[in-house]
Design a binder for this molecule. Sequence first.
Ligand SMILES: *Cc1c(COP(=O)(O)O)cnc(C)c1O
Ligand SMILES: *[C@@H]1O[C@H](CO)[C@@H](O)[C@H](O)[C@H]1NC(C)=O
Length: 483
Amino acid sequence: SVGREGNSLSSTCDTLGFLQKNNSLEERGKLSGSKNLLSCDNSDRDARYRHNETDFSNLFARDLLPALTWSYLTSLNPWSRFWWTAGTRSNMAYAQVTHASSTSYLLVWTSLAWQESGLHPLQTPTCKFTYEIAPVFVLMEQLTLKKMREMIGWPNGEGDGLFSPGGAISNMYSVMIARYKYFPEVKTKGMSAAPRLVLFTSEHSHYSIKKAGAALGFGTENVILLSTDERGRVIPADLEAKIIDAKQKGCVPLFVNATGGSTVYGAFDPINEIADICEKYNLWANSVTWNPHKMMGVPLQCSAILVRDKGILAGCNSMCAGYLFQPDKQYDVTYDTGDKAIQCGRHVDIFKFWLMWKAKGTIGFEQHIDKCLDLSQYLYNKIKNREGYEMVFNGEPQHTNVCFWYLPQSLRGMPDGDERREKLHRVAPKIKAMMMESGTTMVGYQPQGNKVNFFRMVISNPAATQSDIDFLIDEIERLGHDL
Ligand SMILES: *Cc1c(COP(=O)(O)O)cnc(C)c1O
Ligand SMILES: *[C@@H]1O[C@H](CO)[C@@H](O)[C@H](O)[C@H]1NC(C)=O
């Protein structure tokens, strides 16, 4: 019944606008017909729980169902157009839910339910530390990681890997294992056992490498940013120059990070050239972070760190806790993959990914991503020569990111200069705010380097259509034309 109520609400929202309709949290709290459920006020319930309530159906109907209904009704509605064209990556988890036609999603949600409830028909672990606790999931993870390494192109899919809670953590793993490879004594003696180490990443890279630098004790000043060309790709000559410069300053270059599909422009760094420079100067370029919870549409969280060197994850991270990882078990203890992780208990992220791969096949994933690429090309072709639009960089986008400025009538023909820049800088935030107020759609924006705020539309939802793209452009023009 939650679903049915939700659907009828959704059709109203589509015309009225979600934010218009229930703007204040208090009002939204009242939607469920009771007091504000956001307040977490369960003092009265605490008393009841102390009485060891055992009638769970009553508990569900009385306390949990209203809370669930309330949170459902007051969350952004993933079935509305709002999400179909939403252009920021953060809403991807929702965007994928809209792809309801595919049975794989049903399977995924079923599998999540199994995991969470412990009702899995074969076994009931909700986390995996050791093989004996989750044998099938451990094998699933090993096979899938091998398949991923094969697709990257590593001979016979050889190597190692691990699923982690996200790309930021996978990137952190890559920095940790690089450091372990060259300075293993840091594991026991700490950073004072190593010289001053520096990491390199693109000025366009995701902030996770910088964060890893801070978290792992390198210091953000030792994360050196590489210059990019006009399309946002790392310039290999700049890397080489900065490696030489760091060495002259007495630092030890350790690690270079390259990106396939950068956060803002969707740029692909020249990975082969970068790898050649790494080989020449003996730097780390031996791992790949792959996030199936991005373009592939696997529900959060699902990210893998893949490494060419076997055994290095275990070397770097294992603590050999006696209560879990006994060396004298009757099976091959290399299947106890838990000690490679920096976590202890781990969620079984592999299951949903494995099921989706079974259901869609490699071809299904390919079609899904091609559809997003086609849509972004449609958007690019539609606006590249359209009056009032300027592209942030020339040429077709390398991925599904389309970055552009919209110029209201008043800015067209204005000569380039500070006044125009200042005005243009305010356009995208204003249009986005008006979109949110009218509850129709959303698209992300940001500045980059010396470029003022531009729209960054990332298409990651294969259920979107050309008419959704048309709608987005119509909305930008409707709201922005007279600014
Ligand atoms: C999303 C993203 C990350 C971070 O991944 P999370 O899974 O959100 O931790 C890192 N790098 C790039 C290029 C990304 O797009
Ligand atoms: C490098 O960082 C980017 C984020 O900019 C990430 O997408 C990529 O996978 C990283 N590579 C490795 C090996 O950590």
